[in-house]
Design a protein around this ligand. Structure first.
Ligand code: NAD
Length: 427
């Protein structure tokens, strides 16, 4: 045990218990915007579908995640929660979960790598029957270092694109030992959380860290997937000139038709004032790119892992590094050029801001809660592999969200139903 983890108990490990009351208030604030999860919690409270089930969760420890944990607890589950990123934890939320809600939570904002993995280990110590992951670190530890606990695991869920990619490759190589639901791939998740959530909160993180005016600046988005689309459209909304880089012809074409300038990274780096990587890939911005950037360029990442920026290479070439504001490090290159790296290259929306707004996490976490409930009755039929969230659950979540927003749908007439099912009728 390191000095940092010396105070770890089975009840949890948090920065400061005195933050608990603030955490309770903020968790309640998020709850107001999570009507779908509230409805699920009310039903779980009555039916207790998860009674006695042990769940290890590795998620960003935010106010929204706290509401998911309270929902699982209402359903009767025993939970242990740790952070899915060393810099995304909200310490007041972690304190509230342990000291007000009795949910074992192991997470401290800024924890070192060793503590991060120690905390994952602490959630595995409850011998989970279900895992809930965001980025597949928990699953990886279970499959590599903690094989002792894997026999108890019945099934799991995965929250994000990067986790889904890692799990797909485990399944392909026959390494995955239990079935996992890809929550990320539900439409009520990626079309809203990745696009509107990452879009808004990434800009929020950059602004909180730098307080820079985006209007009139040149803003480069690397990767035009679901997250990239959101970030690019929000940056444009604030008046930035947005440039997109892509490696896939379809999203590149979409970005062109959406009105963005598309060009390879070596050209984009010469123009950009602000950069955001959102690819899920490694070393998207490399040393040859940093060298060509303007003096004062701001560089950030909102993809799951900090590997999108090759900061090791930048550090090697840098004369000096100093922190100039919270979450802003100034790297000075030999010729005097300065590059500002935000949040140590970790997802900037969670490092410097509060992550996605609750209204969007409402749907993502409704998928998590209903996904675990689905696995309770269906896991036995599933081989170790990756599975989509059933379409019926996805549609149910969209229906509940619309209901909560007071939006009503139109109905098909019997004639229209028959028409859509037929092939004989033409003009
Ligand atoms: N910050 C957050 O809160 C948050 C939320 C959701 C997802 N994510 C993460 O964001 C990342 C992207 O997720 P997504 O759902 O948009 O994925 P996606 O698969 O929809 O999009 C990724 C895009 O990046 C492109 N790409 C890959 N390598 C590239 C390169 N070298 N240069 C330029 N483009 C490249 C791909 O062609 C693809 O279009 C993942 O790591 C995901 O886990 C973060």
């Amino acid at each position: 045990m390191t000095p940092e983890t010396a105070t770890l108990t089975p009840q949890g490990h948090v920065k400061d218990p005195k933050l608990a009351d603030q955490g309770v208030n903020r968790i309640e604030w998020a709850e107001r915007e999570m009507p779908v999860l509230r409805q699920i919690r009310a039903r779980f409270e009555k039916e207790k579908p998860l009674r006695g089930k042990r769940i290890a969760a590795c998620l960003h420890v935010t106010t929204e995640t706290a509401n998911l944990m309270l929902t699982l607890k209402a359903g009767g589950a025993q939970i242990a929660l740790c952070a899915s990123n060393p810099l995304s934890t909200q310490d007041d939320v972690a304190a509230a979960l342990v000291h007000r809600h009795g949910i074992a939570t192991f997470a401290i904002k800024g924890e070192d790598q060793e503590t991060f993995y120690h905390h994952i280990g602490a959630t595995i110590d409850i011998k989970p029957e279900f895992t809930m992951d965001d980025g597949a670190d928990l699953v990886t530890v279970l499959h590599t270092k903690r094989g002792d606990a894997i026999g108890n695991v019945i099934a799991g869920t995965e929250e994000t694109t990067t986790g889904v990619i890692r799990l797909r490759s485990m399944a392909r190589e026959g390494a995955l030992k239990y079935p996992i639901l890809a929550v990320n791939d539900a439409k009520t998740k990626f079309m809203f959380d990745n696009r509107y959530g990452t879009g808004q909160s990434t800009i929020d993180g950059i602004l909180r860290a730098t307080n820079r005016l985006l209007a009139g600046s040149s803003f480069v988005v690397l990767g035009y997937g679901w997250c990239g689309r959101g970030v690019a459209s929000r940056a444009r909304g604030l008046g930035a000139h947005v440039v997109v880089t892509e490696v896939d012809p379809l999203p590149a074409l979409e970005a062109v038709m959406d009105g963005f300038q598309v060009m390879p990274a070596p050209e984009a780096v010469k123009r950009g004032d602000v950069f955001v990587t959102v690819t899920g890939n490694i070393h998207v911005l490399r040393i040859e790119h940093f060298r060509d950037m303007k003096d004062g360029a701001i560089v950030s990442n909102s993809g799951h892992f900090n590997v999108e920026l090759d900061l090791d290479a930048l550090r090697k070439e840098t004369k000096s590094v100093r922190t100039v504001r919270p979450f802003v490090e100034e790297y000075t290159l030999p010729g005097g050029k300065r590059i500002f790296v935000l949040g140590e290259g970790r997802l900037i929306n969670l490092a410097a801001a509060e992550g996605h707004p609750a209204a969007v996490m409402d749907m993502s976490f409704a998928n998590q809660a209903l996904g675990i409930e689905y696995l309770l009755s269906h896991a036995k039929e599933l081989k170790p592999s990756l599975y989509p969230i059933p379409k019926a659950l996805d549609e149910e979540i969209a229906r509940l969200k619309l209901e909560a927003l007071g939006v009503r749908l139109d109905k098909l007439t019997p004639e229209q139903i028959a028409y859509l099912a037929s092939w004989q009728q033409g003009t």
